[in-house]
Write a protein that binds this ligand. Sequence first.
Ligand code: 8DG
Ligand code: MN
Ligand code: MN
Length: 396
Amino acid sequence: QENKSEVVVFSVPSYACQRRTTLENQNATLTDALSLLAENAELSGEDGRGVAFRRAAAVLKVLPSPVKSASQLAGLPCLGEHSLRVIKDILENGASSEVESTKESEQFKALKVLTGIFGVGAKTADRWIREGIHNLRQLRDSGHTLNRAQQAGLDHFDDIKQPVTKAEAAAIEEIVEKAVASVLPGVRVVLTGGFRRGKLTGHDVDFLITHPEEGREVGLMPKVVSWLEAQGFLLYQKTTRNSYLESKDGPGRPPSNIDRFERCLSIFKLTRMEKPAAEAPGDGAVNGVRADGQRESDELSRSEPAGAAADRRWRAVRVDLVVSPISQFAFALLGWTGSKLFERELRRWAGYEKAMSLSSHALYDNNQRKYLRASSEEDIFAHLGLEYIPPSERNA
Ligand code: 8DG
Ligand code: MN
Ligand code: MN
């Protein structure tokens, strides 16, 4: 007879791309804590530690019930000594001292605010912090010359830090559809990134653009951007040309996970969505509390006077556009759907377990010494010997 009081022991495959990770999470307290440590490590230039925490968090995300004791975790992959210590701390004491002190640390807070500016990475933020710049006011007062991206990021800081809703993503999709249709008929636009995985909000909106006839997509991006610009939809854009064909190291093996599609990182000017009447009786801030419930407390990380944003009839939204030839579309779609950890794990699986190199352009088999064709994401999973995982289950 089975012992009913026996604790549940979990079992999980070790690569995130072997697992189905939905947005449902029975261990959010633990995964939030590990994700914060991952973020701190990444912002501090410790990428290895960052990945370790991300992998540990991803394992906890797929557990079917809340972890009650550390003994349940025996045998689970990717849980290093450090992650286990954090988990135990939370299970036993309700919180992790390391997580709490990180959250409160001036260094972490300053890194978060400064890298929250579009165009500012961890290195730049760290340099500024060492000069005593910890917030937006100090950055403005410093007289530093910002590049065009950073200036746009600073100008639209408040808007960009607000999560993008699905409704806003749909509105932007309509604009992008209209833009590509007026420039070249037959073009296909697909919403990728977090929204394709079923997320309800995002930090930006990602699109992949292609044309069913190979080659017709060439030169598309500048035309789309010109159309959007002429219509007044762009507050900022930077287009990068496709360098894939020109590269010497051959297809399938770009030097990093950064791909070479023609892409456009942009900030859209989106007409504000009407809020449901019951929710927005004045649409403005009342006693410092906005309609979205967040307090406008941090004077130092705000870029315009309180309430000013609510008076505008538009808001700024980060949008990424990528153009791919149809022959690489499946790889591009898989590569731009995420999550970032899922992508990383797919490439690790391909390399270590299958001796293949996966990129957002191609899949190369190092043993057969040839490229493997794919016209769908399903094809790619099959080549990799993996069960197909749909986008909604790639939320690792
Ligand atoms: P969010 O915006 O909802 O917060 O999350 P997300 O949509 O998952 O993240 P993202 O930062 O917008 O990235 C979306 C996907 O795009 C993710 O899988 C990573 C991928 N991606 C980049 N940059 C690059 C790149 O340079 N090359 C390739 N191949 N993929 C990239 O963000
Ligand atoms: Mn995104
Ligand atoms: Mn993006």
